[in-house]
Design a protein around this ligand. Structure first.
Ligand SMILES: O=C(O)C(=O)CO
Length: 336
């Protein structure tokens, strides 16, 4: 349910001098309650097809872009919007699909939706870690193919209890993953990052470099943003040093991992298993080699896909948009 007071929004007070501002909403996933709120203040231009040409044909003259698609919001679309455009809000935490350089150059305000999805994404990470380490996919295959052996199961998994968990990027999502794993009796948490995180103290997590995490972690969680520094960071070199019984979980972005190198590592037994919510490309083609591997558990980028979380993301995006258009401080702006 929408709570107009939640963000202390100027919902009632917001008014425009002349006509209502126009917002392009590139989404079919925005809840009706959020559309209603926006409709009361703005003229909405709804994009029902995710095709770039369709978006280009609708975007001209808009004041705001509410972006809830993984389509690249690139310079061409931003240019096509024209000079009215003041505010872009993405209904996502990550914004590697947004041309922030062009937004900055043009002085366009930008906001994302951090925070509200931490729990859902961290839950997905734990789901994948357990599923991959306990060979969920292979077990299912055994049942389906009639290969379920009687007696004690020979397909042995690896334990989280007593393990060393490495978290690449101890931001809010990384911390939420670690907090969920504490009751699993993890032996120690390692994390990588540029600086020590104050929150790491209560988790007794130790800041290490990627090389140390690579060599020591039994479970490796990727929870950092995709950028020039992290693109392709988990590659052949990494898999050359990883523990044979290690489990890799990626809930961040597919491009942080060199996917072909991961496939080779999974096939050759350099790594035990992987649980991936993100991959390259998305959607993954149905003939991808990843789908042929038994030691991989895949989910189709469902990290934030719960009803409550998506409603909260949409609400936050809407409130950012109204504030941005109204010249107020946005709730979760990105400093470009
Ligand atoms: O919001 C995001 O960036 C996500 O990818 C959620 O899974």
């Amino acid at each position: 349910m929408m709570d107009p007071e939640k963000y202390n929004i100027l919902a009632g007070k917001l008014s425009w001098d002349k006509e209502k501002p126009k917002i392009l909403i590139a989404s079919t996933v925005v809840p009706e309650s959020v559309l209603e709120l926006l409709k009361s203040k703005c003229e909405l231009i709804l994009i029902k097809k995710e095709s770039k040409n369709h978006i280009l044909s609708k975007v001209q003259g808009v004041h705001g872009i509410f972006w809830a698609t993984k389509t690249h919001l690139d310079e061409e679309i931003i240019d096509a919007a024209g000079l009215n455009l003041t505010t872009v809000c993405t209904m996502s935490a990550g914004y590697d699909h947004i041309d922030t350089k062009t937004l900055k150059l043009k002085g366009i305000k930008f906001a994302n939706t951090p925070g509200v999805l931490n729990a859902a994404v961290a839950d997905t990470a734990v789901l994948l870690a357990l599923a991959a380490s306990r060979r969920l996919h292979e077990g299912r295959e055994d049942i389906e193919s009639g290969n379920w052996k009687t007696g004690l199961q020979p397909r042995l998994g690896v334990d989280i209890s007593g393990s060393t968990v490495g978290i690449i990027g101890l931001g809010e999502i990384g911390q939420a993953i670690a907090k969920r794993l504490v009751p699993f009796e993890v032996s120690q948490f390692l994390y990588t990052g540029h600086t020590e995180k104050p929150e790491a103290k209560s988790l007794k997590a130790k800041l290490v470099n990627l090389e140390t995490l690579n060599k020591e972690a039994d479970f490796i969680f990727i929870s950092c943003p995709l950028n020039n520094e992290t693109k392709g960071m988990i590659n052949k070199d990494f898999f050359g040093k990883v523990k044979k019984a290690a489990v890799l979980v990626n809930i961040a972005r597919g491009d942080i991992v060199e996917q072909q190198d991961l496939i080779e590592a999974l096939k050759s037994g350099k790594i035990f298993a992987a649980g991936l919510d993100v991959m390259t490309p998305e959607p993954l083609p149905s003939d991808s080699e990843l789908l042929k591997l038994s030691n991989v558990v895949l989910t189709p980028h469902i990290g934030s896909a719960t009803k409550k979380t998506r409603e909260q993301m949409a609400e936050l995006t809407a409130h950012n948009m109204l504030r941005g258009l109204g010249g107020e401080n946005m709730i979760t702006p990105v400093n470009l």
